[in-house]
Design a protein around this ligand. Structure first.
Ligand SMILES: Nc1ncnc2c1ncn2[C@@H]1O[C@H](COP(=O)(O)OP(=O)(O)O)[C@@H](O)[C@H]1O
Ligand SMILES: Nc1ncnc2c1ncn2[C@H]1C[C@H](O)[C@@H](COP(=O)(O)O)O1
Length: 223
């Protein structure tokens, strides 16, 4: 019996993984998808035409990058629902506006006019009754030091050259953001409580927790 059947997870479920850069979303996405026999939806970092430029010059490229990410995530959202669900998604659309765009606007690396244009587009696309929300958002949390170590070890040059204060600021914002996040049910996991690279079996208790959150929010999701 596979874990999806064992824990009675709906075959059309959509599970999205949230958390700061380097916390382990992609690793978790792969493990959950493998355990449940689900499809994956990843951010395309290697073929993103703005990401390298953005890290080299936030002010010049932040608006372009946000528009690009919004379009990409919206297309992925559409693909997941058109295919009838059964997906694990690496990063939610909510983080683009709630973390990244807001942080750059607050820090002055996105102009107020660009931020206003971006948020009005985001709200028109996402904050409507017709926008389907995931069954559960898994929020990965961990210490800022552990996460920065992972960013350094992963070795994307553009991220390694970014000042540590950028990751510290992002980490702080994520902690505040998740406290008031209400767009869909949330499961919080601390990265010190599992190690999916060393122990594949660590996924089963996580699947059990996902199932419990989906079950307890069943009536809400059907509304
Ligand atoms: N349990 C773990 N212990 C140590 N390193 C990990 C663990 N899980 C993931 N990593 C590593 O941390 C880095 C970031 O993980 P990744 O899944 O790419 O994060 P994200 O998608 O959130 O940016 C990768 O190099 C990955 O191999
Ligand atoms: N909306 C975004 N704005 C700026 N940068 C973003 C956004 N979404 C993702 N990113 C960056 C952060 C990382 O450098 C890569 C991939 O993220 P990861 O958390 O490693 O999956 O894209």
């Amino acid at each position: 019996m596979n874990l999806r059947t064992k824990y009675n997870i709906p075959e059309d479920a959509i599970i999205t993984i949230a958390g700061t850069v380097g916390v382990g979303k992609s690793t978790m996405t792969k493990s959950i998808a493998k355990a449940l026999g689900f499809h994956t939806s990843f951010e395309n970092v290697d073929h993103n035409p703005y990401l390298n430029k953005f890290y080299a010059d936030f002010e010049r490229w932040s608006f372009h990058l946000q528009i690009y990410f919004l379009a990409e995530r919206f297309k992925e959202q559409k693909r997941m629902y058109e295919q009838g669900g059964g997906f694990v998604q690496d990063r939610s659309i909510y983080e683009d506006t709630g973390i990244f765009a807001k942080m750059h606007a607050d820090k002055g690396t996105m102009t107020p006019v660009d931020y206003e244009t971006y948020t009005s587009l985001f709200d028109a696309m996402v904050m409507t009754p017709f926008f389907p929300h995931p069954h559960v958002l898994i929020y990965l949390e961990g210490s800022v030091d552990d996460i920065i170590d992972r960013i350094q070890e992963r070795g994307r040059e553009m991220e390694q050259q970014t000042p540590l204060t950028y990751w510290e600021e992002m980490h702080k914002r994520y902690e505040t953001w998740i406290e008031s996040f209400t767009s869909c049910p949330v499961l919080r996991l601390n990265i010190s409580d599992y190690d999916l690279l060393a122990n594949e079996d660590d996924i089963e208790p996580i699947i059990a927790k996902i199932a419990a959150v989906i079950e307890s929010n069943k009536s809400v999701h059907q509304l």
